[in-house]
Design a binder for this molecule. Structure first.
Ligand code: UDP
Length: 329
């Protein structure tokens, strides 16, 4: 059993990871400023309200608690918002992570798993599958902010100060299969929750953003990954760091995806089948900044973490999300 600090643990992926950590027997401290998270999503561990920009509070926390590892989710995530307010993103995501890393260094906490994103790769419609080594060309401040933190981790690891694993998520979706927690972004901009809101009559329709992409049906292709699969990967990653500590520092990055993409139309059709509800679909123009295709080469994580997606097939993913979402207000 380890004591794990989880900044951002009240958010979507964080809260599911907290459940998985607790089921694996770990002791958890969730640290979240609730700017986007929900305190009632924290179903295990101790909750402390605070910001990763608050170095004094972090100092007290690390002094009082014997933290073995950090799983760092605390970040703003809306790519579109990041284009409008870049400095807000750089402050929270980059300066906040730096503040957290400084506190870790001061208190000699060496292990960190970091929430990164496929957005570090940018617009790579030329590639079928994205592997970890390709050039990082983020196309928005959100992607840049995550890549900057990865660079910090890599450079700190080079000095021997930390052991880090960055997990680059593709399209996180799904919900706890027991329906205890799920995705609650406000405002919601992600495809699957919006489709299900159209199915349950909370929205009049679902809009397809772009039907002229160079894909078989003209709509964008994404690699959707179930949040429970993501959560399990975090548990594996942190346990790997704890089991095989490097004295000289280490940094590794892994894609978390399935190597399988679905188009927007395929997701909509599958959602109609799962819910049994027909709803209106409207074709619109492209959403600025959307790459046509983002699908992971997920072979590295399978080998390094001995991890496979288990609930990320489209039907299971939609069924789990529907079970949670159909009862939301
Ligand atoms: N999308 C859509 N209609 C919507 C929301 C999203 O057609 O109302 C498309 C979007 O253009 C993208 C895909 O669905 O191609 C996934 O979008 P999402 O915002 O869920 O994730 P992203 O890939 O942008 O991180």
């Amino acid at each position: 059993m380890a004591r794990i600090l989880v900044p951002g643990g009240a958010g979507f992926i964080g809260s599911h990871t907290v459940l998985a950590l607790s089921e694996a027997g770990h002791d958890i401290i969730v640290y979240d400023d609730l700017s986007n998270g929900h305190a009632d999503s924290v179903l295990a561990g101790t909750f402390i309200e605070g910001s990763i920009l608050d170095s004094a509070k972090l100092d007290v926390l690390f002094k009082e608690q014997a933290i073995d590892a950090v799983i760092h989710f605390a970040a703003f995530i809306e790519a579109g918002e990041s284009v409008k307010s870049p400095m807000t993103f750089y402050k929270n995501n980059v300066a906040g992570s730096l503040t957290l890393l400084q506190a870790m260094a001061k208190h000699n906490v060496r292990n960190i798993v970091f929430s990164s994103t496929a957005a570090v790769y940018g617009q790579r419609d030329d590639l079928d599958l994205l592997s970890e080594e390709i050039t990082k060309q983020p196309i928005n401040p959100y992607g840049h902010s995550k890549w900057m933190v990865e660079c910090m981790l890599r450079d700190m690891a080079t000095t021997g100060a930390i052991n880090a694993i960055a997990l680059r998520y593709f399209n996180a979706a799904g919900s706890d299969p027991e329906g205890r927690i799920g995705e609650r972004h406000e405002p919601e901009t992600h495809l699957i929750p919006l489709i299900l809101d159209a199915a349950r009559g909370k929205r009049p329709n679902i809009k397809i953003f772009g039907t002229d992409y160079a894909t078989p049906d003209g709509t964008c292709i994404r690699d959707y990954i179930h949040v429970v699969d993501l959560a399990r990967a975090h548990v594996r990653a942190v346990e790997l760091l704890l089991e095989r500590p490097s004295k000289t520092g280490s940094y590794d990055a892994m894609n978390l995806g399935t190597s399988q993409g679905y188009s927007v139309r395929e997701v909509i059709d599958a959602a109609k089948q799962v819910t049994g509800i027909d709803f209106e679909v409207i074709e619109e123009g492209r959403r600025p900044g959307d790459p046509g295709k983002l699908v992971a080469d997920a072979s590295k994580v399978a080998a390094d973490l001995n991890w496979q997606a288990e609930r990320s097939d489209l039907r299971t993913l939609l069924e789990d999300t529907w079970a949670f979402r159909r009862n939301l207000d």
